[in-house]
Design a protein. Structure first.
Length: 126
């Protein structure tokens, strides 16, 4: 893991409060992506990490489980690659930003430009 990545993790996990509560990060990634190196880097800096599929919430819908994960997390780490499974990651990152959670995004490989650009709507007046 590069130095810039470690610095980004340090920045996100520090809130300046000096409190004793351990920070938590929700990791969102396609199932084909190995997140062990991210988890180890976070742990090195005192951040506990989890993914939505690790939450044991029987009887809850997928959206309820994702919301619970977002509520439990101090920040969200997303891993985006060129597979269609990254669509869920992008959705979760958008949800995190709507909740004003800090996000840290890793992009793997050649992700199509359309996945990462902001959509704008052109309005024409008559």
């Amino acid at each position: 893991m590069g130095e810039a990545t470690v610095d980004a993790i340090k920045t996100v996990q520090t809130d300046g409060s000096g409190g004793g509560r351990r920070k938590t990060a929700l990791i969102s990634a396609p199932s084909s992506v190995d997140t062990n190196s991210i988890r180890k880097a976070l742990a090195t800096h005192g951040v506990a990490s989890f993914s939505v599929d690790q939450l044991d919430l029987p009887g809850h819908s997928l959206i309820q489980i994702m919301r619970e994960g977002m509520d439990r997390a101090d920040f969200v780490v997303g891993v985006v690659d060129a597979t269609p499974a990254s669509g869920s990651v992008i959705y979760e990152l958008g949800y995190a930003q709507a909740l004003e959670k800090s996000t840290l995004v890793f992009v793997i490989g050649d992700v199509p430009h359309r996945c990462c650009r902001r959509r704008t709507t052109e309005r024409r007046t008559p």
